[in-house]
Design a protein around this ligand. Structure first.
Ligand code: HAM
Length: 419
């Protein structure tokens, strides 16, 4: 038997109905915020990601040579692709550009619950400005997506990577060491970071300063503990706009560094604490990438949501309710009524109802059992009497209540019973 590759999943119809419901709710929010959908390729030249995504991502990439000996990568994320698309085809479009996407991403990670080698993201990129209100708009979009996906327990943390990045880059001239320090801050691996300072003879005072900044977490008033700077003022303005958008429980967290290297300004994350180790359902921030891909520098802010984790977190709160997959299951009582049954099912389908019909020539009782096991709302039974009266017997599968309905009216009877 051929097994599925490690870290990948198959999704059956019941699971997909829940996933689509969550995804659709978030897509609707994107449209409400004026974002339009884009789709980019699943694989790209690997250079697109190696240029700026950071060592963490590069180590996890699926890279392969194609038949023309070009080095390709399965996308580990979608931001770089969207900015490549922008540089080649959309750079003259009116700004700001508001784009969103849904797609699968690939990272060679150690699989566990909430961490997969193929996973799904819904993300958004707002291209063309770097005002605080732009950052607030993107955070508001993210919060509304998570809320409308049905999640109630989540924490929004907002920071500014410029503060730690400029400190580290100023003090540590060796780029690789600086990147390593930032990575350790992102992972909150303070012991390993401390060891680095001891081993590399980096100044201990810098370590203390880093930890004191990374420790600034809590309500917006925490920003008053920071020296006045452009970054601090920018963050304060973001929180003011968030309040106007009705988001007043976002937290300050200056320890957010993010695993990807391209961020330069505001950074934010959303956690669903119920998920434990893999609790981060969303990450994002502001960055510039276009100049690396041959375009003019342009500021952007974006985020990506881990759809798999949002589904897991919602299910941990309460079961995701989906519509029954079938409105009607048509059962001919005997072989002579089969043709009549096909006419009925065709009509129900043409009226926009989800309808199915017995294809296995089962007995009535087996058919009723089947209708119940597939979650049909109604069984539509056609027997001799029904046929003679150009009617059907409509059986509500939940209550067991039956009534004779004219064939002409069965569609509207089922549609009308929805609410
Ligand atoms: P990221 O933080 O690497 O950011 O990924 C975003 C989200 O994808 C994570 O918060 C997590 O929920 C989900 N995720 C990541 N890796 C996995 C995995 N192995 N299994 C399941 N879920 C996973 C980005 O990808 C950036 N492109 C976000 C962004 C957009 N920044 C600016 N624009």
């Amino acid at each position: 038997m051929i097994q599925r590759p490690r870290g990948t999943r198959d999704f059956g119809p019941a699971e997909m109905a829940k996933r689509r419901k969550v995804e659709q709710a978030m897509r609707d929010v994107c449209h409400r915020f004026g974002f339009g959908e884009v789709v980019t390729p699943t694989f790209e030249h690997s250079e697109l990601f190696t240029l700026r995504s950071g060592q963490g991502i590069i180590d996890e990439m699926y890279v392969f040579k194609d038949k023309g000996d070009r080095e390709m990568a399965l996308r580990p994320e979608i931001t770089a692709s969207v900015i490549r698309f922008y540089v080649t085809d959309m750079s003259t479009s009116p700004k700001p550009l508001k784009l969103y996407y849904v797609g699968n991403c690939f990272r060679y990670e150690n699989p566990q619950s909430g961490r997969y080698r193929e996973f799904f993201q819904l993300g958004a990129e707002l291209i063309g400005t770097k005002t605080p209100e732009t950052d607030a708009e993107v955070i508001a979009l993210a919060v509304n997506c998570i809320r409308d996906a049905g999640l109630e327990n989540f924490v929004v943390r907002v920071g500014h990577i410029g503060i730690l990045k400029s400190l580290v880059r100023e003090q540590i001239k060796d780029e690789q060491t600086a990147a390593e320090v930032l990575r350790k801050i992102d992972k909150e691996d303070w012991d390993a970071l401390g060891d680095m300072f001891d081993a590399k003879v980096l100044p201990r005072q810098l370590f203390d300063k880093i930890t004191s900044i990374a420790d600034i977490k809590g309500g917006v008033e925490e920003l008053n503990n920071l020296e006045d700077s452009e970054s601090t003022r920018h963050l304060k303005e973001i929180f003011e706009v968030l309040k106007l958008y009705g988001i007043d429980d976002a937290q300050v967290d200056l320890g957010i560094v993010r695993g990807l290297d391209y961020y330069s300004g505001m950074v934010f994350e959303i956690d669903a604490p119920r998920l434990g180790a893999e609790k981060q359902v969303l990450g994002g921030g502001s960055y510039t990438l276009s100049e690396l891909f041959g375009g003019e520098p342009v500021f952007s802010t974006g985020f990506a949501i881990g759809i798999d984790r949002v589904v897991l977190a919602s299910e941990a709160e309460r079961e995701i309710q989906v519509e029954p997959p079938l409105d009607a299951y048509v059962i001919p009582a005997k072989d002579d009524m089969r043709k009549y049954a096909f006419g009925i099912v065709a009509r129900l389908r043409s009226q926009g109802l989800n309808a199915d019909v017995d294809l296995m020539r089962r007995t009535m009782s087996k058919n009723l059992k089947y209708a119940s096991s597939v979650g049909a709302r109604f069984a539509v039974i056609v027997g001799k009497d029904e046929m003679a009266k150009r009617s059907v017997t409509l059986r509500d599968m939940k209550t067991g209540k039956q009534e004779l309905v004219l064939a002409d009216e069965v569609g509207s009877a089922i549609a009308g019973s929805h609410g």
